[in-house]
Design a protein around this ligand. Structure first.
Ligand SMILES: CC(C)(COP(=O)(O)OP(=O)(O)OC[C@H]1O[C@@H](n2cnc3c(N)ncnc32)[C@H](O)[C@@H]1OP(=O)(O)O)[C@@H](O)C(=O)NCCC(=O)NCCS
Length: 216
């Protein structure tokens, strides 16, 4: 893991949780990034909001940027593109010390694994994925870039979560299911069949609720 100081995109609930994770890991966070001009100069949980990425040039070669400080997958993607376009370094993976990672685990750039998550064998967590608190990832689960897995989700064996998926709190996913890119699963759902891309599925069992046209 790199040891550079860090900044976090987003200063809402997720960003603050990522700050707390960095503190547990002994990593120094010099500030939050937020596109809203009115947020610049405020202090949240003892850490200043520095402004937008363009306000950060003096630290360009010395900070690592955490883009997964927001739960919204599309917003994460926007922050990643912006960070890369301005030539900043991306932070590596951040894993809470309570999480045991088998040797077969693959972790991407800038992903976050929060406290209490259980990771089984041959699990892949790709770039900028958030795995929130107390999630279980069973054998051979694959989670693609920008996805967000909310607290208390149980993902069974051989499940594929495609790019940009959001899985709401407390949901359970049946084995061998694929959740299509940029789809959302409502909180408390049981997903028992493949979910297409760009849709909201929810309920027990989860069924189609609406199409989502706003994702890439
Ligand atoms: C998935 C979610 C974001 C959808 O929000 P939304 O886009 O505003 O969806 P809508 O309110 O338009 O709902 C569309 C339909 O899906 C249903 N629906 C939405 N979420 C549902 C859920 N979790 N379970 C069952 N049905 C759900 C709504 O009742 C509505 O049904 P209707 O058309 O029959 O009235 C939200 O409902 C949700 O579950 N959020 C969980 C967020 C979460 O886990 N956050 C973790 C933060 S750490």
């Amino acid at each position: 893991m790199n040891n550079e100081t860090l900044v976090i995109w987003g200063c809402g609930g997720m960003g603050r949780e990522v700050l707390a994770l960095c503190q547990v890991l002994g990593r120094e966070v010099v500030g939050f990034l937020d596109e809203r001009p009115e947020m610049r100069g405020t202090v949240i949980d003892g850490v200043p909001v520095l402004g937008d990425i363009t306000d950060l040039y003096k630290w360009k070669d010395s900070v690592g940027v955490i883009c997964a400080g927001v739960g919204d997958p599309a917003l994460k993607r926007k922050f990643v593109i912006k960070t890369q376009n301005h030539g900043f370094l991306l932070s590596g993976a951040l894993v809470h010390p309570s999480v045991n990672l088998p040797r077969s685990t693959h972790l991407g750039v800038g992903c976050i694994l929060c406290a209490g998550t259980v990771v089984s064998i041959n699990v892949s967590v790709s770039n900028f994925v958030i795995v929130n608190t107390s999630v279980t990832l069973a054998h051979d689960v694959s989670i693609s870039d920008y996805a967000t897995v909310s607290p208390g989700v149980n993902i069974s064996g051989n499940v594929t979560v495609e790019e940009g998926v959001f899985i709401g709190t407390g949901s359970a996913i049946r084995e061998k299911v694929t959740i299509g890119a940029w789809s959302m699963i409502g909180g408390g759902s049981f997903v028992k069949e493949h979910v297409p891309s760009n849709v909201l599925y929810a309920g027990v069992p989860a069924v189609f609720k609406k199409g989502l046209s706003h994702h890439p």
